[in-house]
Write a protein that binds this ligand. Structure first.
Ligand code: CA2
Length: 151
């Protein structure tokens, strides 16, 4: 299985500023943890501050890997173009946030991306990324609500 992680603007600063919101570690350090947990999965990592580069990476990975884990940073709340890119590719995308965006400013409560993503994980610190990767390991049949028993 191949998973592409994409981090958007300012997430290259993780571990250097605002530790009370985003923690003390860099994402590159956390990648070592993810690779150890998911030793059978090929995990690729990309970060960009540029909307166009994020779209290029979604288009590239969106035809060649099994899942995309996307933290689009501030673009989450604004980008029609990233939403269109997610919709244009067959690979499922899980939207991720380190912080609980619903416990923060009102403008972070709305995502342009959630409606075209497979799911959303928010508020678990870096563990949000682990949970997102884990979600790609859940068999599709268990995600199909019509097959679940409610009794
Ligand atoms: O909680 C998240 O993961 C966010 O996607 C982070 C974005 C924010 O705009 C979203 O509303 C929620 C901001 C990323 C900024 O990252 C920084 C990291 C360290 C220092 C300063 C900013």
């Amino acid at each position: 299985m191949k998973i592409q992680i994409i981090n958007g603007p300012n997430l290259n600063l993780l571990g250097t500023r605002e530790p009370e919101i985003y923690g003390n570690n860099s994402f590159v350090d956390y990648l070592t943890v993810l690779n150890a947990i998911f030793s059978d999965i090929e995990i690729s990592y990309f970060q960009s501050n540029s909307e166009g580069e994020i779209i290029d990476k979604i288009q590239e990975a969106g035809f060649g890997c099994d899942g995309i884990v996307l933290n689009a940073g501030g673009y989450t709340h604004t980008s029609v173009a990233i939403r269109d890119a997610i919709k244009a590719v067959p690979t499922p995308v899980v939207e991720v946030h380190i912080s609980n965006v619903y416990a923060r400013e009102e403008f972070r409560h709305h995502s342009m991306l959630s409606a075209v993503c497979k799911g959303v994980v928010a508020g678990f610190g870096f563990d949000s990324y682990r949970l997102a990767i884990q979600s790609f390991l859940i068999p599709d049949v268990l995600l199909n609500k019509s097959t679940l028993s409610h009794t």
